[in-house]
Design a protein around this ligand. Structure first.
Ligand SMILES: [Zn+2]
Length: 230
């Protein structure tokens, strides 16, 4: 098997996701140079305030943190693209490990009860074969010792027999519908909602609105990356 792998690597060597140089044996996904160039937010207070303001006046968020800055054609975009579309699920663990360690040191999410991912529609799950947040969530769960519950919040199709009001809402901002499977389970709990990239925050906001149907729930957010201008 190892022999076959070496032959395979001869023709298809592991290359850096960003600059495409051949990776050394101890390098993974990114070469050392690109790895050092990763635009880590590193708990930048200014960015944290901007992140919080994304949801200000919309949904109450306790704390929010993001790991990387995301720019068009930047390293972050490339690794997240690999994670989402090239079956490179392990990139989720790679980011989760780094981010999780940082979060643990900061202690910001010390009082969280559960980690919940933004769900993927079952059809999309079938075509992609995995939710890009699974490895990320599991890794954060291990490092922060918080239980990961991937199946309580689900994404559902909007039925064709919806009321006119719902149809109108769909045109305004609700193209997707999230459904909490149990409205009591998260009562008085503090949950950490996770996603890959925050752009406008619309998807996370829709998820939060559904979660907020639970009495006395507290929500915090952690994402792999954050972008302001795309
Ligand atoms: Zn590189």
């Amino acid at each position: 098997m190892q022999y076959l792998k070496e032959i395979f690597c001869l023709f298809y060597p592991n290359i850096c996701v960003n600059c495409e140089v051949t990776l050394l044996q101890n390098e993974k996904y990114l070469c050392t140079v690109c790895n050092n160039d990763l635009p880590i937010i590193d708990d930048n207070p200014h960015t944290n305030v901007t992140l919080e303001s994304t949801f200000f006046g919309k949904v109450p968020i306790k704390s929010i943190r993001s790991f990387l800055y995301y720019q068009k054609h930047g390293i972050t975009q490339k690794i997240i693209h690999e994670l989402k579309y090239k079956n490179q699920q392990q990139i989720g663990s790679f980011i989760g490990n780094w981010f999780g360690t940082q979060l643990k040191e900061s202690g910001i999410f010390n009082n969280i009860d559960y980690i919940i991912p933004v769900p993927l529609h079952s059809k999309k799950l079938k075509t992609r074969g995995y939710n890009q947040l699974t490895k990320f969530g599991q890794t954060l769960s291990n490092i922060l010792t918080i239980k990961y519950i991937p199946d309580i919040l689900i994404k559902v199709s909007v039925s064709k027999t919806q009321t006119l009001k719902e149809r109108f809402e769909r045109f305004s901002d609700n193209k997707t519908k999230f459904k909490l499977k149990n409205y009591n389970f998260l009562e008085k709990k503090h949950v950490l909602l996770i996603d890959d990239v925050i752009t406008t925050g619309a998807t996370l906001e829709t998820c939060c609105k559904e979660l907020l149907k639970t009495k006395d729930i507290t929500i915090s957010i952690a994402t792999m990356a954050y972008t302001q201008n795309l």
